[in-house]
Ligand binder design. Structure first.
Ligand code: FAD
Length: 478
């Protein structure tokens, strides 16, 4: 069967059976065309709004398969989409009519406890990393949902429960193995291709396919103090004021977030939460668990709790505690984020109003406390430039019925537009959804003064912009 696939020139390439058989002969892994068994079993994406309809899937087993797939795509001029964990809100790993490089089979994690290093393959999710590192009481700072990909999250920055004590995920990236558009397998480290390592620390998937990530590890757990207190959404403003006052003086060991969401009628949850719109205060203390419980206590006394799930918890359990909100391929998702320069009363009232007016029960309005170790890294030390803001507002539109897309997208856009009064132009690209936005939406504001250097590095490693299904950086002119 002949397949047509989109080319980087914007046309269509015809891939005959012979051409596809030639690729099958080169790689050691499945090459799946739409009629092949297993085509539909490729790792699902999170955002059901962007399921992706690839022309061809190469489910790579290792760097050699990635190299052969990339070379094939280059020789045939194909648009490539790279799928790590599949959690891109913008559907970046789900381009239609492309060649999809699927890294799901590549999820191995090796820990060297003596060197305090972990190596994770490009298709690993955080659950893979947490399980292996916690076997030694160690952790690589990841995200707050264990099913999110290590790759996209780290390449785009990476905020999790350890962010204030230990910084971003990309700050712990010590080395990477990268397959470039020329088919070369390179190592980027503090001693080799140092410009590439700088760019990978926040510059996204612009520079090639990362087949291995090497992370420096920190001591965490296995038990940590966790605050998880649910208040009625009607108390959102009061709770957020108390939360703001608390975080203003909290030590860097405390990473705290404020979320609003309507809880499902899940029998595993206390009945008081069933179908209840809540303001949820979540926090982790990265240090001694007993001391942490005392330090987190004020967060549990900010209003009239509907339920309090706080306590000492295994770190691995904390990492999975939000998974239930985010099933794969179920929710339509359109998110926008904005850094806030302060959280004054007007900003708090705005957040509380958004929280009460959410058009869908699955929509979240979140405020993340930043600072600490994030801000201790100079903005030009890594590609990730936005480090000084004390708070990040994230408006996570999630809903189930595609018929509601227009209304929900319009609501998120309006809330985002209004939030400009309380923040700056900076956005977090990993929390940026797309409906009809161009592929370089918000790249300028996210990278700021680092964009120029990123464009030069892009020109060095991917001059033809083969890797463009990402938050795209235009190569600097030669
Ligand atoms: P994918 O969809 O697989 O990839 C996204 C893009 O990353 C690709 O298009 C490609 O450009 C690039 N990419 C992926 N793999 C590779 C690779 N191996 N080599 C080169 N490029 C690659 N972010 C946070 O910071 N903290 C959080 O706590 C957090 N929680 C989230 C929870 C949910 C439910 C979701 C949906 C997202 C969350 N995010 C969070 C955002 C997340 O960081 C981004 O969506 C990220 O892109 C997901 O990475 P992925 O590998 O799963 O994505």
């Amino acid at each position: 069967m002949t397949i047509t696939a989109t080319t980087v020139q914007g046309g269509l390439a015809t891939l005959t059976d012979e051409v596809i058989e030639e690729l099958r002969g080169r790689v050691s892994c499945p090459v799946l065309a739409p009629e092949d068994t297993g085509f539909g079993d490729v790792r699902e994406v999170f955002n059901a709004m962007h399921p992706g309809d690839p022309a061809l899937v190469v489910s790579c087993f290792g760097a050699a398969d990635v190299r052969d797939a990339v070379t094939f795509a280059r020789d045939n001029g194909l648009v490539v989409s790279v799928r790590g964990g599949g959690h891109s809100i913008a559907g970046l790993s789900a381009s239609d009519s492309c060649m999809l490089i699927d890294l799901a089979p590549m999820h191995a994690v090796h820990v060297d406890p003596a060197a305090r290093l972990a190596r994770a393959q490009g298709g690993a999710v955080w659950a893979d990393v947490d399980r292996e590192t916690q076997a030694y009481g160690l952790a690589a700072p990841g995200g707050v949902v264990s099913d999110t990909g290590v790759a996209g999250l780290t390449l785009g920055g990476g905020y999790g429960w350890l962010r204030r004590k230990y910084g971003l995920s990309c700050d712990h990236l010590l080395a990477a193995e990268v397959v470039g558009p020329d088919g070369e397998v390179r190592v980027a480290s503090e001693t080799e291709n140092t410009d590439l390592l700088w760019a990978l620390r926040g510059g996204g998937g612009n520079f090639g396919v990362v087949t291995w990530f090497t992370f420096g590890l920190v001591d965490v757990g296995p038990t940590v103090a966790f605050a998880g207190t649910f208040y009625p959404v009607e108390e959102a403003a009061q709770v957020l004021r108390g939360w703001r006052n608390y975080v203003a003086v909290a030590p860097d060991e405390v990473t705290a977030s404020f979320l609003t969401v309507t809880m499902p009628a899940d029998p595993a949850l206390p009945p008081a939460l069933h179908d209840r719109a809540c303001a949820l205060v979540g926090a982790v203390y990265a240090g001694d668990a007993a001391a942490g419980l005392d330090i987190l206590r004020p967060l549990r006394e900010l209003g009239t709790p509907l339920a309090d799930l706080s306590g000492p918890l295994p770190f691995v359990g904390v990492q999975q505690s939000f998974d239930t909100f985010f099933p794969r391929n179920t929710l339509q998702a359109y998110w926008k984020s904005r850094y806030l320069s302060s959280l004054d009363d007007a900003a708090i009232d705005f957040v509380a109003r958004c929280a009460e007016q959410r058009p869908s029960p699955q929509t979240l309005v979140n405020v993340f406390h930043m600072g600490g170790a994030i801000a201790a890294v100079p903005p030009d030390a890594t590609a990730f430039a936005q480090r000084s803001s004390p708070f990040l507002l994230s408006i996570d539109g999630n809903w189930t019925d595609p018929a509601d897309n227009a209304d929900n997208i319009a609501w998120v856009r309006e809330a985002f537009r209004e939030s400009a009064r309380h923040g700056d132009d900076g956005v977090y690209l990993n929390f940026t959804g797309r409906a009809d936005e161009p592929p370089d939406i918000a790249v300028d504001s996210a990278f700021g003064a680092n964009l120029r250097r990123l464009a030069e590095i892009k020109a060095r490693y991917d001059p033809a912009n083969m890797f463009r299904a990402n938050n795209n950086i235009t190569p600097a002119p030669s």
